[in-house]
Every structure is written in structure tokens, then in C-alpha cells.
Design a binder for this molecule. Structure first.
Ligand SMILES: C[S@@+](CC[C@H](N)C(=O)[O-])C[C@H]1O[C@@H](n2cnc3c(N)ncnc32)[C@H](O)[C@@H]1O
Length: 311
């Protein structure tokens, strides 16, 4: 059976080919994929198709992309088993994960390509992306900062949707910087002289001027750092008074490089509110089929996205 039999939607050849390979390699993923295909719109699948085209133009075939996606699925499953047994994430420091994740070129490349695919196929990731698209201001200029752009998809989306004049991406991984550079040059060639990418730890970017950014976006980074509160304080410092601030993270969500664990949205939100930021609009996404309360009580993954403002 091919993936087109899993949905009434018409799949584009790239997406159909990708899903066929994923299910051939991991047939157990089929029921998850049926749900994923129900959630995603045809327009979003067309966007995924264009992303796969872009990857194809870099010599990355569908088998590589499927393998990248399955790397995340497999790693997450292993870390979930560890978390259920030990009630803790496996690693707690940057030192333990930096070498084999952020600075391991082959692994990091697959991780980021796979993560980009989850933005379309994992319902919670898709909902966070939709929340970004809905809330990002369309009429604000000035400076836009993306902390940890990774695959670069959201930075590219911001160029497409907004009116910002200058874009800065800061990432600790050279693989992420290269992927972001490639996706921006491919999809947004007109922006070539309006963006800059810096390979560094965000907390080391002391040269950035307080109050100078009109938008600060940090997707899926907070759970990767030892001191998320210091990251949030620095964001509050760098943001202009009326800046758009968008942050996503997760609760009870083990992954190979998640080192900071929140066990409830309350604990996370108290931390946010203690850093000079205020929650303007929250998006709290429980584990599939559970309420937020059940997810917390049963220690199941919750995804969260927030539009924040300066307190
Ligand atoms: C999970 S990816 C998120 C990618 C993308 N923002 C998203 O939402 O899908 C995390 C990214 O943050 C980067 N990162 C982790 N710690 C960082 C730090 N201290 N400073 C800058 N970037 C960091 C990683 O290299 C990676 O590219």
C-alpha cells in the first residue's frame, strides 16, 4: 500500500515518496502518519514539497530525508523509554551533548532536516508553526533576531511574511548556520544583503545592543540550555519596548539533547514571568488524546509556544 491510500488528500510526488520510504522502513509509524495527514492542509503539504525540492537540489534524496526524519523518531522513542524509567532527561549539561549533537556534522544535518519535516508532520509542531504564522506582525520594520534558527525554515518564513529590514541568526552549530544560509539563499535570494548569521553561543553575543530588536524568535532552544532563565533575561534586555517575542519549548519531552526539564507549564511560566517578560498569548498543546492536566500527571510531552512582551 502506498501513502496515498492513507488519506483522501492528493499528495505531491515528493511527499508521497517521502512517506512511502518512512513507512517501508518503519511500518509501526503508520497510524501516527494517518493522524498527521488528517491534520496537515494541502497547502502545507505543498510547502513541504517545495522544501523537499530544495533539499533535492542540494543532492539530498528522499531516502536521506526519510532517514533524517526517522533518526528523530528513533532517538525520541529511546529517550522516552529512558525518561519513563528514570523520570529525568538522560543528559543535563551542554558538555554532555555538544560534541555528539551540535558539533557532529553528519548527525546535526540529519537532525535539522528531520526537525524541519516534523514541522509539517507532527501535529503539535505544525500547530506551533501555525501560531507563529498567525501572530507574527506583518507591518513592523527594524531588526529581527532568530536565536537557534537550526534548519532556517522559520527565519525564511519571517522574510516571506513580515516587513523587517534586517535579520540576524545566531546558532552554536556550524551545521545549522550552513543549513540556514542555504535555505535563505535558495528561497529568498533578494534578501542576500539583509541577513547575517553568526556562529556562536547566544549568551556570548555581548556586542548586541539593548532594546535594539523589533522581533526576537527562539524556537525549541530553551530546553537545550543549562540556564534558560538567563536566555530569557537577555531576550528581555535586547527587545525594543513593543517587540514581537516568540518562544517555543516543551515540558516532559525527552530528546537526545534536551537538558533542562520542566515538569509543568506552571513551573515554566513562573520562570518566564520572573525574567522581565510577560505572557501575551500562550499556546499549550497537550500530548495527543490527553488533556493538559492528564499530560502533566502522567509525565507525557507537552509543547508550548508563547508570544511574550516586556513586563
Ligand atoms: C532544536 S533546534 C531548533 C531549530 C528551530 N529554531 C526550530 O524551532 O525548529 C535548536 C537550535 O538551537 C541551537 N542552539 C542550541 N544552543 C544554543 C546556544 N546556546 N546559542 C545559540 N544556538 C543554540 C542548536 O544548534 C540548534 O540549531
Amino acid at each position: 500500500m502506498t501513502s496515498s491510500a492513507l488519506t483522501a488528500k492528493t499528495l505531491t510526488p515528493n511527499v508521497e515518496g517521502l512517506i512511502d520510504i518512512i513507512l517501508e522502513e518503519n511500518p509501526m509509524h503508520k497510524s501516527f502518519m494517518v493522524g498527521a495527514l488528517e491534520h496537515v492542509t494541502i497547502e502545507e503539504l505543498q510547502t513541504l514539497d517545495k522544501y523537499l525540492d530544495f533539499c533535492g537540489s542540494k543532492g539530498l534524496d528522499l531516502a536521506y530525508m526519510a532517514d533524517s526524519y526517522l533518526t528523530i523518531v528513533g532517538d525520541t522513542f529511546r529517550e522516552q523509554l529512558y525518561f519513563m524509567k528514570h523520570k529525568e532527561y538522560r543528559y543535563k549539561s551542554y558538555e554532555e551533548v555538544g560534541g555528539h549533537v551540535y558539533h557532529n556534522e553528519d548527525y546535526m544535518n540529519q537532525y535539522m532536516y528531520g526537525l524541519a519535516i516534523t514541522s509539517f508532520l507532527w501535529p503539535n509542531h505544525l500547530d506551533m508553526g501555525r501560531f507563529f504564522v498567525e501572530t507574527m506582525p506583518r507591518d513592523v520594520g527594524g531588526k529581527y533576531l532568530d536565536i537557534g534558527p537550526g534548519h532556517g525554515y522559520y527565519l525564511m518564513k519571517a522574510m516571506e511574511l513580515g516587513k523587517f529590514d534586517e535579520f540576524l541568526g545566531i546558532d552554536i552549530s556550524e551545521s545549522s548556520i550552513k543549513q540556514t544560509d542555504a535555505i535563505l539563499k535558495h528561497f529568498k535570494p533578494d534578501f542576500a544583503d539583509r541577513f547575517e548569521l553568526r556562529l556562536m553561543d547566544f549568551l556570548d553575543a555581548k556586542e548586541l545592543e539593548a532594546g535594539s530588536f523589533n522581533a526576537i524568535v527562539m524556537g525549541e532552544v530553551l530546553e537545550h540550555v543549562e540556564q534558560p532563565d538567563v536566555f530569557l533575561k537577555r531576550i528581555a534586555e535586547l527587545a525594543a519596548d513593543d517587540a514581537y517575542i516568540y518562544v517555543t519549548t516543551c515540558i516532559n519531552a525527552p530528546a537526545i539533547d534536551h537538558i533542562f526539564l520542566w515538569r509543568s507549564t506552571d513551573a515554566l511560566e513562573k520562570m518566564i514571568e520572573g525574567t522581565g517578560l510577560k505572557i501575551k498569548a500562550p499556546l499549550r498543546l497537550p500530548y495527543e488524546g490527553k488533556t493538559l492536566e492528564e499530560s502533566e500527571a502522567q509525565e507525557l510531552s507537552i509543547n508550548v509556544a508563547y508570544v511574550l512582551e516586556k513586563a
